[in-house]
Design a protein around this ligand. Structure first.
Ligand SMILES: [Zn+2]
Length: 86
């Protein structure tokens, strides 16, 4: 008899997210974290990370920085005039 996993397990596995990916070159199952195929050395393209940018374009526009007061530069105190040498 051929053992066939019930649909429930398959659905659960898909819901959990695939943890393996197939190498397009040799078809070997490689972990998603693999950067290269351990069988043929195929280098997987970098994974796209869309976590930061939410749907709908940039969610947080760059806040306009108000005119920051310039760093208070203490003016050099006027040097006391030296007494003229007599
Ligand atoms: Zn491969």
């Amino acid at each position: 008899m051929c053992y066939r996993p019930p649909q429930a397990e398959i659905a659960a596995a898909e819901a959990a997210g695939p943890k393996m990916k197939d190498c397009p070159e040799c078809g070997a199952s490689q972990p998603l974290t693999a950067k290269a195929c351990s069988e043929c050395g195929y280098k997987f393209p970098p994974m796209k990370l869309n976590k930061t940018a939410g749907p709908g374009g940039p969610a947080s526009p760059a806040p306009k920085a108000p005119d920051a007061p310039a760093a208070p530069s203490a003016p050099n105190p006027p040097s006391a005039p030296k007494p003229p040498l007599s």
